[in-house]
Design a protein around this ligand. Structure first.
Ligand SMILES: *[C@@H]1O[C@H](CO)[C@@H](O)[C@H](O)[C@H]1NC(C)=O
Ligand SMILES: *[C@@H]1O[C@H](CO)[C@@H](O)[C@H](O)[C@H]1NC(C)=O
Ligand SMILES: *[C@@H]1O[C@H](CO)[C@@H](O)[C@H](O)[C@H]1NC(C)=O
Ligand SMILES: *[C@@H]1O[C@H](CO)[C@@H](O)[C@H](O)[C@H]1NC(C)=O
Ligand SMILES: *[C@@H]1O[C@H](CO)[C@@H](O)[C@H](O)[C@H]1NC(C)=O
Ligand SMILES: *[C@@H]1O[C@H](CO)[C@@H](O)[C@H](O)[C@H]1NC(C)=O
Length: 502
C-alpha cells in the first residue's frame, strides 16, 4: 500500500479540541482584529446590496453550527473567503465504484465516509452514493436532496474523483458488465486490496449493494482513518435548505438559554424491532409484535421484553427518561429538545416527561407548518435537522445507542469533547426498579445515577478493541485518531489501555 508522506490533513478551520483552542486563541485574536479592520472597509463599500447580505448571513450560519457555542469566533471566519477546493489528485483510476447505501440517515452517513475511503485506497472513481429508499423510513431522497453534492465532490477532489454517474461508454451495450456484490463486513485494507481490487480488472464497474459497517473500526492505516473523519466532518454538509432551517432551530433554542438534545428513541420501529414493550398497553404490545412479524429482515420474532430490558437492551421509556433526567440534576426549567420522530403513544406517553420538564420542545412546535412541510415526508431530512440540533446542544442524551446516538457522540467529541451523557441502561433499569418499588428513596437513587455516569460524559478515552467487531467501540462514535491534531493525543486520551474507564 502506498503511504503518502504528506498525510491526509484534516483541515481544521473549525475548533477541534480545547487544547488547540487555547493555543490558537492568539492567532484568533490577531484574526479578529484584522477582520474588524477589513470589515469596516468592506461595510463602507457595500452598504446597500441585498444580494450580498443574504450570502453573508448564510455564510455565518453555516459556520456557527460547527463552532457550537462560539458565535464570536464563528463570525470572524466569515471575513475570510470560503476556502477554494484543493487541486484534484492526479491518478489513474482503476474503475468505477457504485454504492447503494442501506439504513437510516446516520448509518448511511458513516457508510459514505467508508466508501470514499475505500475508493481512495483502491484508486477508484466513486459514483455519488445512492441512498436507501426502501428501508423502514422509506425516504425517496437522493444524495443531493440531503447533502451538498457540489461541496462533497469538490472538497474531496485531492483524494478521490467523484462523478454523478457512470459515463455512458461503460454501459452494457459497449460490452461492460457491472459486478454486483456486498463486501464482507468489518474488512480491513488488505481485504480490499487483495479481494476486491482484482474485480476491477475484469469489470470496469463494481456495485456494492450493501454498505453498512464494511470497514473495520481499528487496525487501518492512520491516513485512511483520517480520511474517514475528513469526509464526515468536512465533506458532508447538508443542503442549504436543511442547514438554514437547522440553524433557525438552534437559534430559537439558544436565544432562550442552554438546552438538552434528548434523542428519545421511543419510536414505533425501534420498539417493534427490539421487542421492548415496557410501559405499553396490551393492545400496543400486540401492535408492535404484528409489525415485527411484518418485516422479514427483522430476524428475531419472539422476544421477552422484560428480559431484554434487564439486559439493558431497551430504549428508556419517556417515563424512565424523566426520572433519569431528574436524578442527573437537570433543572425543571431546562429546555429539552426532543430529537426524534414520532414518539410511540404520542402526547399521552410524553405526559410525565412534560410534567417534570415543561419546556419540552419539538421541531413541529418551533417552526411554522409551511417551513417544515417540505421535509415532512422525508424522514432523512427531518433526521438531518435533529442531527444538527443535537450536535449544537449543550448536552446530548440518547436513550438508546443507535447510529444517530453514535454519530452525534463522535461529532461532539470532534468539536472539543462536548458533553454527551451515555446512559448505562442496564444499571439504570436496576436503579429505576428499586426506586419505583420504594426500596431506593430519590436522593439515593439520584446519587447512584450520577455515580454511574461520572465517566460517561463524552470525556476523552480510547476505543475498546475486541476480536468481535460488534463488541468493540464504533469508530464513528470515538474517532480518536482525529480528535487531537497537532497535540499530544496520549495526554488527552490517557494510557493506551484505559478503555475500561467507560
Ligand atoms: C498526471 O500524471 C501523469 C503521469 O504522471 C502525467 O503524464 C500527466 O501530465 C499528469 N496530468 C496532470 C493534469 O497533471
Ligand atoms: C494508486 O495510485 C498511486 C499513484 O497515484 C500508486 O502509487 C498506488 O500504487 C496506486 N494504488 C493502487 C491500489 O492502485
Ligand atoms: C447484492 O448482490 C448480490 C449479488 O448479486 C446478491 O446475492 C445479494 O442478494 C444482493 N444484496 C442486496 C441487499 O441486494
Ligand atoms: C405526506 O404524506 C401524506 C400521507 O402519505 C400526504 O397526505 C401528504 O400530502 C404528504 N405531504 C407532502 C408535503 O407531500
Ligand atoms: C424491589 O425490586 C427489587 C428488584 O427489582 C427486589 O429485589 C425487591 O425485593 C423489591 N422490593 C420491594 C419492597 O418490592
Ligand atoms: C495495560 O496493559 C498491559 C498489558 O495488558 C498491562 O500490563 C498494564 O498494566 C496495563 N496498564 C494499565 C494502565 O491498565
Amino acid at each position: 500500500m502506498e503511504v503518502r508522506s504528506e498525510g491526509v490533513q484534516v483541515r481544521c478551520d473549525k475548533l477541534q479540541a480545547p487544547v488547540i483552542a487555547r493555543t490558537r486563541l492568539r492567532v484568533w485574536f490577531i484574526r479578529v482584529c484584522s477582520s474588524i479592520v477589513i470589515w469596516t472597509c468592506l461595510i463602507q463599500l457595500f452598504t446597500v446590496t441585498e444580494l450580498w447580505r443574504s450570502n453573508f448571513i448564510s455564510g455565518i450560519t453555516s459556520r456557527i453550527y460547527h463552532t457550537n457555542q462560539r458565535p464570536f469566533l464563528a463570525e470572524t471566519t466569515v471575513a475570510q473567503a470560503p476556502p477554494p477546493y484543493p487541486p484534484p489528485r492526479n491518478y489513474t483510476s482503476n474503475g468505477f465504484l457504485r454504492v447503494s447505501c442501506n439504513g437510516g440517515l446516520n448509518q448511511m452517513r458513516a457508510a459514505i465516509c467508508d466508501m470514499v475511503t475505500i475508493a481512495r485506497l483502491l484508486n477508484l472513481t466513486l459514483v455519488v452514493p445512492e441512498l436507501d429508499k426502501k428501508s423502514f423510513w422509506a425516504d425517496p431522497s437522493n444524495f443531493e436532496d440531503i447533502f451538498d453534492v457540489t461541496h462533497f465532490i469538490g472538497s474531496l477532489r485531492d483524494e478521490v474523483r467523484i462523478v454523478k454517474r457512470v459515463p455512458k461508454k461503460f454501459n452494457t451495450k459497449n460490452g461492460y458488465s457491472t459486478l454486483k456484490m456486498a463486501p464482507i463486513s468489518w474488512s480491513n485494507e488488505k481485504y480490499y486490496l487483495e479481494q476486491i481490487l482484482p474485480h476491477f480488472s475484469k469489470h470496469k464497474v463494481v456495485h456494492f449493494n450493501k454498505t453498512d459497517a464494511r470497514l473495520a473500526n481499528n487496525g487501518l492505516p492512520l491516513d485512511l482513518q483520517k480520511l474517514r473523519c475528513r469526509v464526515n466532518f468536512q465533506a458532508l454538509k447538508f443542503t442549504p435548505e436543511i442547514e438554514t432551517l437547522g440553524q433557525k432551530l438552534i437559534r430559537i433554542l439558544r436565544e432562550k438559554g442552554p438546552f438538552v438534545a434528548l434523542h428519545l428513541r421511543y419510536e414505533m420501529d425501534m420498539l417493534a424491532f427490539s421487542g421492548c414493550t415496557h410501559g405499553c398497553s396490551y393492545g400496543e404490545a400486540e401492535e408492535l409484535k404484528r409489525m415485527r412479524y411484518a418485516f422479514p429482515w427483522w430476524r428475531e420474532k419472539e422476544i421477552v421484553s422484560e428480559e431484554r430490558r434487564l439486559q439493558g437492551q431497551c430504549p428508556l421509556t419517556p417515563e424512565e427518561t424523566a426520572l433519569v433526567l431528574q436524578a442527573l440534576g437537570f433543572d425543571r426549567d431546562m429546555q429539552i429538545y426532543i430529537a426524534a420522530g414520532e414518539i410511540y403513544g404520542g402526547e399521552h406517553r410524553l405526559a410525565q416527561l412534560r410534567a417534570a420538564f415543561p419546556k419540552i420542545l419539538k421541531k413541529e412546535m418551533m417552526l411554522a407548518h409551511d417551513e417544515l412541510w417540505q421535509f415532512q415526508n422525508h424522514s432523512s431530512q427531518m433526521a438531518a435537522l435533529d442531527f444538527m440540533v443535537s450536535v449544537a446542544s449543550n448536552t446530548f442524551i440518547p436513550t438508546y445507542d443507535g447510529n444517530m446516538a453514535k454519530l452525534v457522540e463522535g461529532h461532539r467529541r470532534y468539536l472539543g469533547f462536548e458533553k454527551s451523557i451515555l446512559l448505562d441502561r442496564k444499571k439504570l433499569v436496576e436503579l429505576l426498579d428499586l426506586h419505583q418499588n420504594g426500596t431506593l428513596p430519590f436522593d439515593e437513587f439520584s446519587d447512584a445515577v450520577r455515580r454511574v455516569h461520572e465517566n460517561r460524559m463524552g470525556q476523552p478515552f480510547r476505543r475498546r478493541v475486541s476480536d468481535k467487531p460488534k463488541e468493540e467501540d464504533y469508530f464513528y462514535a470515538n474517532p480518536q485518531e482525529c480528535l487531537c491534531e497537532g497535540t499530544k493525543c496520549d495526554d488527552l486520551l490517557g494510557p493506551r489501555n484505559s478503555s475500561e474507564v467507560r
